[in-house]
Design a protein. Structure first.
Length: 222
């Protein structure tokens, strides 16, 4: 009987180690795919066509005021803009893609379709993974009021400042409304919202809440 128990215990340990090893390999593989996708997206933003679409820059300081007209979004999964958050270091510069499907977020942070574009009056809302797939938003909880969030888009640089954060349920979709928490309200400022998963259930291993970080475009008045 002792031999059976010992053998069963050994098998369980081996199985556990294999599961841990598989999870580690899976994360490594996903991070590798994310890195490959990000390199391709950065290259896409550097192509001549992207430069031709960008407005001419003649030594002027990039605009800080909201973009005056509605801009069109690229196809889902395509490169949209570069995100920089100084608190995360100079090397932090993931490309934001259009869309928030699983395949979109495997490439990088994703822009919620239908929300405002960078610099526009409204809410430029972006989702990103906290674990796996490059985990671009794994440090989102470190952002504090006043921290800068920089978005580079079509030759312009839009700098937002963090105004607050909150943990919500996944069903609380009003956090990405044009005026957060006020569905139907007419926006009068250019805002940004970053969202990611938080509070992992120890049994299911699923995230049960969403961490929300809000910001407003600099130079609009407060």
């Amino acid at each position: 009987m002792r031999r059976v128990i010992h053998t069963a215990g050994t098998v369980l340990i081996v199985v556990g180690l294999l599961l841990v090893a598989f999870a580690a390999f899976q994360n490594w593989q996903r991070d590798r795919e994310y890195g490959r996708a990000q390199r391709a997206l950065h290259a896409d933003l550097s192509e001549p066509q992207a430069r031709r679409e960008a407005p001419a820059v003649t030594g002027r300081t990039p605009r800080a005021d909201p973009a005056p007209r509605k801009q069109s979004a690229p196809p889902e999964g395509a490169a949209l803009a570069v995100l920089r958050i100084p608190r995360f270091g100079a090397g932090y510069q993931p490309v934001i893609v259009e869309g928030v499907s699983q395949s979109d977020l495997a490439k990088g942070p994703g822009h919620y379709p239908g929300t405002a574009m960078p610099g526009e009056v409204g809410n430029f809302a972006v989702a990103g993974h906290r674990t796996g797939w490059g985990q671009p938003f794994n440090r989102l909880d470190e952002l504090a009021r006043g921290d800068r969030i920089v978005v580079e888009w079509r030759g312009q640089t839009f700098t937002y400042h963090v105004t607050g954060s909150r943990t919500v349920k996944p069903t609380d979709v009003e956090v990405i409304a044009p005026v957060p928490d006020k569905p139907g309200a007419k926006p009068d400022k250019a805002r940004i919202t970053l969202t990611t998963c938080t509070d992992r259930d120890p049994v299911s291993r699923d995230y049960v809440h969403r961490l929300i970080v809000w910001g407003e475009l600099d130079g609009q008045g407060r």
